[in-house]
Design a protein around this ligand. Structure first.
Ligand SMILES: [Cu+2]
Length: 141
């Protein structure tokens, strides 16, 4: 009795773990295919890494050294960012930890940045602006 039950439960467990491994391999395969596509495009120009824009994000800069919101939300992916100046003081827009992305205004600027889901920090890198409050959250789902 015991002998006939044991092999059955053992093989069920084995089948389950194989399915689990397949599931874990899928995102890796997708990521590999994606990086191969990016390499094929051959774009290495810093600050102009091209991706096909999906989600949109609009951020405004105010003269009192603030963005026009404390938190912004959009979807993860290749984000089409529009940066507009609601005043007359020059500002920049960066994503903390993303060295290849920087917008500057002037009046308006536009660029793409590819980001995964998570919470990021937007800031202006002009001297004194971040310390004065020019920092905001970017929440990507
Ligand atoms: Cu600024």
């Amino acid at each position: 009795m015991t002998l006939s039950v044991l092999p059955t439960s053992a093989s069920r467990r084995a089948a389950g773990s194989v399915l689990g491994m397949r599931r874990n391999l899928l995102p890796l395969a997708a990521a590999t295919a994606l990086s191969a596509t990016l390499l094929a495009c051959g774009s290495t120009d810093e600050g102009a890494r091209e991706c096909t824009p999906g989600p949109e994000l609009t951020v405004g800069a105010e003269d009192d050294l603030k963005f026009d919101a404390e938190s912004y939300e959009t979807e993860a992916g290749c984000i089409d960012v529009t940066y507009t100046n609601n005043g007359s003081v020059a500002h920049t827009l960066l994503v903390r930890g993303e060295s290849g992305f920087k917008l500057a205004v002037g009046n308006t600027d536009q660029g793409n940045v590819e980001l995964p889901a998570g919470t990021f920090e937007l800031y202006c890198d002009i001297a004194g602006h971040e310390a004065a409050g020019m920092v905001a959250d970017l929440v990507l789902s």
